[in-house]
Design a binder for this molecule. Structure first.
Ligand code: FES
Length: 204
């Protein structure tokens, strides 16, 4: 009877088990898959508009009384800076009275309000708070000037200050920043006809 010679273990994986090379290849592709998913998720998260909390969404400011409790001078015409929506919230009759000198207090202007966008319609600088000297909004970048209701009075801006739609529901003000309403065209200012050269300004 003839016996076949034996030469130790047969190299390679036993039947039914994974070779080292196959195992490493699978690990590689699983890792690459996880990395791809993370990259894709991160990119989508970055590109997806943050419409709930950022500009582009709807914001609730509160009632006129709420605003007045935060900033009492709003009832005397001083714009209320609402930073979440990047607007100056204007109590129109009180603001006109402030500029006109009658200093009337308007506790609740109803729907007679404006949400003026702080982004300058010239080249996009952030418009600073109302200039105390002129009672105008004056962009410090290139000197565009707007009266207290956002109508253009001077400088290179192509129009008045842009604005957002305002809603009033049961006395509660809301601002919808999903659509920018273009500011009034040049030459259509209806308020505050003071000569820009004879009043002091904050911007050159
Ligand atoms: S960006 Fe405001 S005047 Fe140019």
């Amino acid at each position: 009877m003839t016996h076949l010679p034996t030469y130790g273990e047969v190299p390679g994986a036993p039947v039914g088990e994974m070779s080292r090379r196959s195992f490493m290849r699978r690990i590689f592709w699983v890792g690459a898959g996880i990395l791809s998913i993370e990259f894709l998720a991160g990119t989508l998260n970055f590109l997806w508009p943050n419409v709930r909390s950022g500009l582009g969404g709807k914001f609730t400011i509160g009632t006129a009384a709420d605003i007045a409790s935060t900033q009492p001078t709003w009832t005397q015409g001083q714009p209320f800076g609402f930073s979440k929506a990047r607007v100056f919230f204007i109590n129109v009759p009180a603001s006109e009275a402030l500029v006109g000198g009658s200093n009337e207090t308007v506790a609740d202007p109803g729907a007679n309000v404006l949400a003026l966008y702080r982004k300058c319609p010239h080249l996009g600088c952030n418009i600073p708070p109302l200039c105390d000297k002129s009672h105008w909004f004056e962009c410090l970048c290139h000197g565009s000037k707007y009266n207290i209701i956002g109508e253009k009075r001077a400088g290179p801006a192509p129009r008045g200050m842009d604005r957002f739609a305002v809603t009033v529901t049961d006395g509660v003000y809301g601002i919808d920043t999903s659509a920018i309403v273009a500011g009034p065209p040049i030459g259509t200012a209806t308020f505050d006809p003071r000569d820009t050269t004879t009043i002091p300004h904050c911007a050159a």
